[in-house]
Design a protein around this ligand. Structure first.
Ligand code: ARG
Length: 463
């Protein structure tokens, strides 16, 4: 059953239907379409279009439909209808007869689909928030398990200064916490109800839009009907949040891939999140982490797709807007998979503390500490930097770390050096100097970890 046709002499061409029909993907909105339909039935009953008895029959039939979909989510997809709205209406009519034909009074698929998609996105955000929270928890768990582990920190992927592994965990924790905040912001902004906007000009029936909106859990009704039926900012915004999250997971994946390589050897992935090679028997590949990195491409692609679709659309609804769903669904599905895999990777990650420490001790990562030591002896920093650089050059030609040079050798390039310099070149001394809030000093990290735990506990998503 098509929802239109009176004006047409012939039916649609089959290729056109293939292009035009959206049930193949929008069947996923069945639950939201039924929820929205219950809301609308109540609204038009309030406006006198349905009698209380009619409303009760429509609601009962919609509840039955909702139960069927819950038991068999694939059911609507097999319907052969143009879209999910057509499916729900046809199923309703098949249950309550002509009464079902009253439901669409004063409603358009334009305000309907905009409402459905907001409901769906709100639900999906709730799930992503829970998954992000679990990732944050796993990062903190790793930080706590590896509280004393020192690892080399990098800039330009060159050994730079030692950091605590927990500090690295907290860095990703910061990113994911911001991501959770972005989803929460987007959820708040999208939480308005387009129903009552009609096709574009507002419904002609005196429905109580405030009550309708609140009944569906929205903060209130949309303010402008032209905007409400054509606005997909919320899709772009949520895909923006998805894309940024995916970028963060990609960077996490990349760090772990590097760390897991034989060249670094800092970590080993559990067999359960690794795969082998069909040819090389010895291989154990970090596919899970690689897909954290790889999935980012399609998720960013979804953001670009919706922005490009929206660009240049005249007001109000245009069929182009039907292209909003697949990128959103795809990005959400794949981001969800990635977010759910992160705890599996982190919770089973084996950290090779010796290799981490060895890397932190190598590469002259304490050269800054030598410069700082000289500053303490009254040498201006720029000069201290120069002298420490010369000490590194000396070490390189002697094949020794800074602390392996004799005091005479050190003095030959940095005359202010005293015997106490060697204490300052120890890794623990360098770390202890970085107790500034936000730094990698052990106390600073311990209190950051404590604060992060507190924020985690306070931000557990409900449900
Ligand atoms: N399947 C359509 C979509 O996703 C529903 C709205 C159709 N509206 C219309 N005027 N043809 O956008």
């Amino acid at each position: 059953m098509a929802l239109w046709g009176g004006r047409f002499e012939t039916g649609p061409d089959s290729l056109f239907r293939e292009l035009n029909d959206s049930l193949r993907f929008d069947h996923r909105l069945a639950e939201q379409d039924i929820r929205g339909s219950v809301g609308w039935a109540r609204a038009i009953a309030g406006a006198g279009v349905l009698s209380p008895d009619e409303l009760a029959r429509v609601e009962a039939a919609l509840a039955e439909l909702a139960a069927l979909v819950k038991a068999d989510p694939g059911l609507p997809a097999r319907g052969g209808d143009e879209d999910i709205h057509s499916w729900v209406e046809r199923e309703l009519i098949s249950r309550v007869g002509d009464l079902g034909k009253k439901l669409h009074t004063g409603r358009s698929r334009n305000d309907q689909v905009a409402t459905d998609l907001r409901l769906w996105t709100r639900d999906a955000i709730g799930e992503r928030a829970r998954e992000l929270w679990e990732c944050r928890r796993s990062l903190l768990g790793l930080a706590e398990r590896e509280a004393g582990t020192v690892v080399s920190g990098y800039t330009h992927l060159q050994r730079a200064q030692p950091v605590l592994l927990a500090h690295w965990c907290l860095a990703y924790g910061e990113m994911l916490e911001r991501d959770q905040g972005r989803f929460a912001d987007a959820s708040q902004r999208l939480n308005i109800c387009p129903l009552g906007s009609g096709a574009l000009a507002g419904t002609a029936y005196p429905v109580d839009r405030d009550a309708l909106a609140r009944g569906l859990g929205f903060a209130g009704p949309s303010r402008n009907s032209l905007d409400a039926v054509s606005d997909r900012d919320f899709v772009a915004e949520v895909l923006g949040a998805c894309a940024i999250t995916a970028v963060h997971l990609s960077r996490l994946g990349e760090d772990l891939i590097l760390w897991g390589s034989q060249e670094f050897g800092f970590v080993e992935f559990d067999d359960a999140v690794s795969s082998g090679s069909s040819l090389m028997p010895q291989k154990k590949n970090p596919d899970a982490a690689e897909l954290l990195r790889g999935k980012c491409g399609r998720i960013v692609g979804s953001l670009v797709a919706i922005l490009t679709t929206l660009k240049g659309l005249p007001l109000a609804y245009n069929k182009d807007l039907q292209e909003d769903k697949e990128p959103l669904f795809d990005a959400m599905d794949h981001l969800s998979m990635c977010l759910r895999v992160v705890p599996r990777i982190l919770d089973t990650l084996k950290v090779r503390r010796g290799a981490c420490l060895e890397a932190a001790q190598g590469g002259y990562s304490n050269a800054t500490d030598l410069a700082d030591y000289l500053v303490g002896r009254g040498v201006p920093f720029r000069e201290a930097h120069e002298q420490a650089g010369r000490a590194v050059r000396l070490g390189l030609s002697a094949g020794l770390p800074l602390e392996g040079l004799s005091i005479e050798q050190l003095r030959s390039v940095a005359p202010m050096v005293q015997a106490d310099v060697f204490e300052r070149l120890a890794i623990s001394a360098g770390m202890a100097k970085r107790e500034v809030p936000g730094g990698t000093g052990p106390h600073a990290v311990a209190s950051a970890l404590h604060a992060a735990r507190t924020r985690l506990d306070a931000s557990r998503p409900v449900g």
